[in-house]
Design a protein around this ligand. Structure first.
Ligand code: IDP
Ligand code: MG
Length: 138
C-alpha cells in the first residue's frame, strides 16, 4: 500500500489560521484527500500516537503541544505517497527545510513545525487506523 500516507496539520498551524493554505498546498501538490477531520487530541492519545518517541527528551513537550489545541488529521493519496509527502513538508527543523516546503512556509520552530508526515508505509497504515474508521476512508 504505497499510495497513501497520513498527515496532521498541527495545533500551531491551526491556531495561526494556516489550515486553509496548507490544505490548498496539499491539493496543488497532487494529493487526493481521502479523509480529513478537525480533532483535539487528549494528552493520552498524543502519548500513544508518538509512542516511538517515548524515550526522547522532547516526548513530554511534544505530547503537551500536540494535545494543546485542535489539529486536522488527514489521509492523503498519491503514487509514492509517503516520500512525496515528506518532500512536500520539508525537514523536521524548519531552518533546514527547502524553500517552498510547508514547514519552511508555516512552521514556527523545531517543535511546533506545522505538519506531520508518516515515515514509512507500515507506519502510515498504523497511523491512519489510529484516527480513522473504515467508513471514513472514502
Ligand atoms: P518528523 O515529524 O519530521 O518525522 P520526528 O523526528 O519523528 O520528526 O519527531 C516528531 C516530532 O517531534 C517533530 O515533528 C517535532 O514536532 C518534534 N521534535 C522533534 N525533535 C524535537 C526536538 O529536539 N525538540 C522538540 N521537539 C522535537
Ligand atoms: Mg517522524
Amino acid at each position: 500500500m504505497n499510495k497513501v500516507t497520513f498527515a496532521i496539520i498541527k495545533p500551531d498551524a491551526v491556531k495561526n489560521n494556516h489550515t486553509g493554505k496548507i490544505y490548498d498546498h496539499i491539493l496543488k501538490s497532487g494529493f487526493k484527500v481521502l479523509s480529513a477531520k478537525l480533532i483535539k487530541m487528549s494528552k493520552n492519545q498524543a502519548q500513544n500516537f508518538y509512542l516511538i518517541h517515548k524515550d526522547k527528551p522532547f516526548y513530554n513537550e511534544l505530547t503537551d503541544f500536540m494535545s494543546s489545541g485542535k489539529c486536522m488529521v488527514l489521509t492523503l493519496e498519491k503514487n509514492n505517497a509517503v516520500n512525496e509527502w515528506r518532500e512536500t513538508i520539508g525537514s523536521t527543523n524548519p531552518n533546514d527545510a527547502n524553500e517552498g516546503t510547508i514547514r519552511k512556509l508555516y512552521a514556527t520552530s523545531l517543535g511546533e513545525n506545522a505538519v506531520h508526515g508518516s515515515d514509512s508505509d507500515e507506519n502510515a497504515k498504523k497511523e491512519i487506523a489510529f484516527f480513522f474508521s473504515e467508513s471514513e476512508l472514502i
